[in-house]
Design a protein around this ligand. Sequence first.
Ligand SMILES: *Cc1c(COP(=O)(O)O)cnc(C)c1O
Length: 467
Amino acid sequence: MDTQKLLRSLPKTDELLKRDDLVALEQAFPRSVVVDAVRDSVEAVRAAILAGEDVVFDDDTLAADVVRAAEARMRPSLRPVINATGIIVHTNLGRSRLAEDALRAVVEVAGNYSTLEYDVETGERGSRHSHVERLICDVTGAEAAMAVNNNAAAVLLVVTALASRKEAIVSRGQLVEIGGSFRIPDVMRQSGARMVEVGATNKTHLSDYATAITPKTGLLLKVHSSNFRVVGFTEEVSLADLVALGNERGVPVYEDQGSGVLIDLAPYGLPDEPTVRSSIEAGVDVVSVSGDKLLGGPQAGIIAGKREYIARLKKHPLARALRLDKMTLAALEATLRLYLDPASALEQIPTLRMLTRRPSDVAASARLMVDRIVEATGDAFWVAAMPDVSRAGGGALPLADIPTTIVTVAPRTMSANRLEERLRLGCPTIVARIRDGRVLLDLRTLAPHEEALIVDRLAEIAAGDPA
Ligand SMILES: *Cc1c(COP(=O)(O)O)cnc(C)c1O
């Protein structure tokens, strides 16, 4: 058929909209969405015709396009995904999933009026800091505490409030970049503090700090090298030594501790990481951590330390701009309360549960999943379980190889890349890794119901589901 004839055979928008199936679609979706979907679908076919492509269409195929386009438009952009990567604190996938208690707290607080800034005892205005301060103090041993939007905000607030128009001394080995847009030197500049770098990339001595202190010094800053390690001929000043120097010279010491470990994880085979409590015990004046890395809560920056400094932070004008909203506070409070009993924290906070899950347990799940996949998909895939390593992620514990068992799925009739894409673009969204022509599913980051959803999705793909 020639181009003009094909173009003339395209249905009019109004006609298509009268079809029963599209009238029904308008019951489920806003009319504007359906109308746009009709226009876009017809336009796409018109463009294909004009480009000389071989297009086959009729009103039924167009209506199917419309349904797909409208559904895609109404599908939430921010939605759950299944993380089969084995990276536990996966920053791109939202870092930590919340504990059940935290989820319930968010729903309760968000759907109702709340005690956000209301003191029930007195009937007067209360402080939003009050919901988490006591808990943070209990689990860290600090005198005072507060929480802000994230740890980047915490660093900005602390350095601005304590060292603006003064000097902040930091080791050259700790000028870290955490993700593309957070670099310690840039935050310093933004805060109005003058950064004084001391030492060398691999070695900084206490005397380097001591000789850099002047009457203008406002802060000694220690930054945890979260996402990298300097190995070999290296030396760092311990927090205790820095605190002793700060006390002697009357300069506060602030530690950006990064990932927020509240429980010693070494007994579970993980590397020795300083806990917030260990920094408080070492006498640090202020310490801050992320809420959603190894702590396993919502995005937040937790600041703990000496009363006089926390009071200054709470009063600083930036505190208002960086404050937490009620949903996050609800989730953070519930998560922190779990830490009052470390055993329940390990069991109920998903990040901790996944980090400390025994390798033998992961292996058993993996073997079971292999059987289920084979049962559900016949011989569509080569499926096997094999040892591998999971990662903590989120820039935490970068050198920790966490033993795991993965399920490898190699399709017989399509490429591994194509299978990975089908898992990613289908419903639910499943994110997996690829290696050596196989799709890898790490059981460590999967909840049991997610294992079942993956098996179902593989069965659909094996059965030739076109999506
Ligand atoms: C992750 C991290 C930050 C940034 O924390 P966010 O909560 O992501 O804002 C800052 N400092 C260190 C050392 C970190 O590890």
